[in-house]
Design a protein around this ligand. Structure first.
Ligand SMILES: Nc1ncnc2c1ncn2[C@@H]1O[C@H](COP(=O)(O)OP(=O)(O)O)[C@@H](O)[C@H]1O
Ligand SMILES: [Mg+2]
Length: 245
């Protein structure tokens, strides 16, 4: 995915708030690219623009590599989005939530059982969202996004509302799923620890642009954040983000 010169501003009580100021970013097709930045730096705005939920003020059209792959009927890239909250339909069962956006002819039981297994939800297909824990609800949201078979997955602080332990477990599950599915993932977070846990690349978003990028592709998973190497990167990231204040 290639983004060039992306600009976005909002009008807030008669004043113009510039959020993205000519942002350039390349996102690898295979890998977890983490966009890391403070609250309010424009991470959600960036994801909404990529997902087409918002229109940019200016900038080149966001393009995707021409690699041949199965595309939707209209030839557009398929993008799956996972938000901070699960956003499930409370009146639908888990399985109906998962298959909600899938065309009827593609709805087969094998696909559903594969997704339930992948996300650890086997046995809960008839449950309703209110009967599930927060972590399980977010797994349903993940299964729903995967059911759509997206080329890219956009994740907006998907584990931020979960407790420490569930969050850690979900991060490991994401890595496991990523290794099976091999999708390009753009993962947004304000947590340095989370970025270091799941990222094959970390990009710092600050002042409306991508300020610095770290390639972590050579560091294997699972990562020990207490190791000397990881602590060194962590310190560098903190320094980069603090510098901006
Ligand atoms: N629809 C909107 N109208 C006005 N201002 C907005 C809107 N959406 C976001 N903003 C502002 O844009 C800035 C970036 O927001 P956001 O992208 O949500 O940041 P982040 O996700 O990094 O916390 C914030 O200052 C926010 O208040
Ligand atoms: Mg946000």
């Amino acid at each position: 995915m290639r983004i060039r010169g992306l600009r976005k501003s909002y009008q807030v009580s008669g004043r113009c708030l510039e959020v993205l100021k000519g942002l350039d970013l390349d996102v690898a097709e295979e890998g977890i690219t983490v966009v890391l930045g403070r609250s309010g730096c424009g991470k959600t705005t960036l994801l909404r623009l990529i997902a087409g939920l918002e229109t940019a003020d200016s900038g080149e059209k966001i393009t995707f590599s021409s690699k041949e792959r199965e595309k939707e009927d209209n030839g557009k890239e398929k993008i799956g989005v996972i938000f901070q909250e699960p956003r499930l339909m409370p009146w639908l069962t888990v399985e109906k939530n998962i298959l909600f956006g899938v065309k009827r002819k593609q709805q087969d039981r094998k696909k559903l059982s594969g997704l339930l297994e992948l996300t650890g939800l086997t046995g809960f297909e008839k449950a309703r969202p209110s009967q599930l824990s927060g972590g399980m609800q977010q797994r349903v949201a993940l299964a729903r996004a995967l059911a759509y078979e997206p080329d890219f997955l956009l994740m907006d602080e998907p584990f931020a509302a979960l407790d420490y332990f569930t969050r850690g477990q979900m991060q490991q599950e994401l890595l496991r799923i990523f290794q099976t599915e091999k999708k390009g993932i753009l993962f947004v977070t304000h947590s340095i620890e989370e970025a270091l846990t799941v990222g094959t690349r970390i990009v710092i978003l600050e002042n409306g642009i991508c300020k610095k990028s770290y390639d972590l592709g050579s560091l294997p998973f699972p990562r020990d954040l207490m190791s000397g190497e990881m602590l060194k990167i962590k310190r560098e990231l903190i320094e980069q983000i603090e510098e901006e204040r």
